[in-house]
Design a protein around this ligand. Sequence first.
Ligand SMILES: *[C@@H]1O[C@H](CO)[C@@H](O)[C@H](O)[C@H]1NC(C)=O
Ligand SMILES: *[C@@H]1O[C@H](CO)[C@@H](O)[C@H](O)[C@H]1NC(C)=O
Ligand SMILES: *[C@@H]1O[C@H](CO)[C@@H](O)[C@H](O)[C@H]1NC(C)=O
Ligand SMILES: *[C@@H]1O[C@H](CO)[C@@H](O)[C@H](O)[C@H]1NC(C)=O
Length: 579
Amino acid sequence: MTGKIFMLIRWFCVLSVIIGVLDATPMVQVIGKGNGVFKGHFIFNLTEDLVGWKMQIDFSKAVTGLTSPVGLEFVKDSSNETVHYIVNKDHTGIQTTKNQFDIMVEGKTKDGSVPSAQAILQNMGHDTYNVPTPPNNDGTKYNYDEVLMKSIMFYRAQRSGKLPANNKIPWRGDSALNDRGQNGEDLTGGWYDAGDHVKFGFPQASAVTLLTWGLLQYKDAYEASGQLDDMYDCIRWPLEWLLKCHTGQNELYIQVGDGNLDHNFWGRPEDMTMARPSFKVTSDKPGSDVAGEYAAAMAVASMVFKDKDPAFSVKLLNHSKQIYTFGKTYPGIYSQNVKEAGPFYGSDEYKDEMAVGAAMLYLATNNTQYLTDAETYHQHGNQWGQSWGSKFTASMVLLYQITKKDVYKQDIETTFTNWLPGATGPNAVPYTPKGLAFRTKWGSLRHAANNAFMALLAAEAGINPTKYRNWAKSQIGYILGDTGRSYVVGFGVNPPSHEHHRAASCPLIPASCSHDFYDMKYSNPHVLYGAIVGGPGPNDEYDDVRSDYVRNEVAVDYNAGFQGAVAGLKSLHLRNILD
Ligand SMILES: *[C@@H]1O[C@H](CO)[C@@H](O)[C@H](O)[C@H]1NC(C)=O
Ligand SMILES: *[C@@H]1O[C@H](CO)[C@@H](O)[C@H](O)[C@H]1NC(C)=O
Ligand SMILES: *[C@@H]1O[C@H](CO)[C@@H](O)[C@H](O)[C@H]1NC(C)=O
Ligand SMILES: *[C@@H]1O[C@H](CO)[C@@H](O)[C@H](O)[C@H]1NC(C)=O
């Protein structure tokens, strides 16, 4: 101390709990007196754990220079000199009930007198909104309407850029408003990839292709579930971004954000300050894989928007054709030419994406050149599985649907014989004891869901319909709760609540967020409705732990085939084909 006389005031605060708001009514007791700076405590006996907090202090007179001598808190916002707001610092956000929570402040009044004060402490670790659950009009084991609604909500929570008035996710705001191309082109918008905030064009476009294909095939399901308008809205958001990425005839942006810089940050997208470089493929550094996928997404979308928004449909088809031609004219693998994308979503083949792009363009135009191309690009034989990087399963289904040729039927039967239970041999997909087709530990559920969607589409085309449909239902049932737990956040019995997702783990704005929220044992403050997590290990083992990004991350890629399959099951129920 420097000899300055401090007035020490203690404000003891009585605490009562309202959900999300800790309402403090203080008793003020002046301990010391003097001139100059005053110093006081607010002491809260916590009756619930704090996961980020905000405190409002109402002083009896104007107070300036408010600080915290212990350096544990800071003033985030002060609307005027009598009302002050303090939020947690990163490392003081988590407070457990066993603690008496003591917040000390000091400040000055104009005349040097001691103000009285009252503080209200608010817990910022609770969602403040409830999502109405639609009734299960179908009487199915799982409420498919609810799943479709929530999966669409998940995609809404992944939105980057300037959010529209109908944002509907109260804990998300505008973010990444300076995402630009190398020549200043506007690249705002699109979806954040997963629990992080990079915009990876390759898996994003792949998700859009599957989601939109699901809408094309199962529009009846979206209509009956009351989700049709929200579904158009859902896919339009990333489509607008994909269109922005096409900045020249032979130029396509494929990524915004640096994977390493991004992954070192744990916080909200709204708070990002790191550099967000952008990367593109060109005729010199081509990427036919990413071009084929963007072309596929836009071509299938041109079909679903044909009646809904004819001008948008024409625009999508126009760009799809140009991007496809770019991919065909300049063959190349994008992750070899854009090194920054390699470690995250590396590609080893472009013929699968080009086959799907060509097949979708054929469906959208009836131009037989596209069909010839698709058949040329397609590779016959057993397929490992449908995923963001591997799409010959999709091309065999499309080509069978279009041509009805036996070769494609054989591709499908070979692949699904290996995927369904009872397969033997080197290509047989292993099963967990509780019945999940376990392709790989990374996002095990997503692989099963993607192939369930493909099986439903093959069944629509007439191949082993009963067998494939029942199998698809069993895999989606596993995800929705057949093992006694749900793997869909905010849905069903014992769903995940610690999913690896930066924004969902952060307290409400303006409370500060940081890596401490990654480490906390508490559930995420926000319910990331509808997201499916990576999933269990080979023996159905699963822990709902945030740090386990293999089993507990979420991604725009994970939900796409899953949502298509759920729409398929709903449609089959509507048509009285499946109960
Ligand atoms: C808070 O807890 C302390 C210690 O148990 C107790 O002395 C004090 O009266 C409590 N304060 C209030 C406002 O309840
Ligand atoms: C400060 O804010 C409070 C609460 O909004 C209000 O009652 C008060 O009049 C304001 N004082 C000034 C000087 O603006
Ligand atoms: C189609 O693409 C061309 C070339 O990029 C462009 O000039 C034209 O305006 C586009 N048309 C539509 C309807 O988007
Ligand atoms: C393609 O041809 C089929 C069969 O004649 C027809 O049903 C479909 O509407 C056509 N599609 C386009 C985009 O012209």
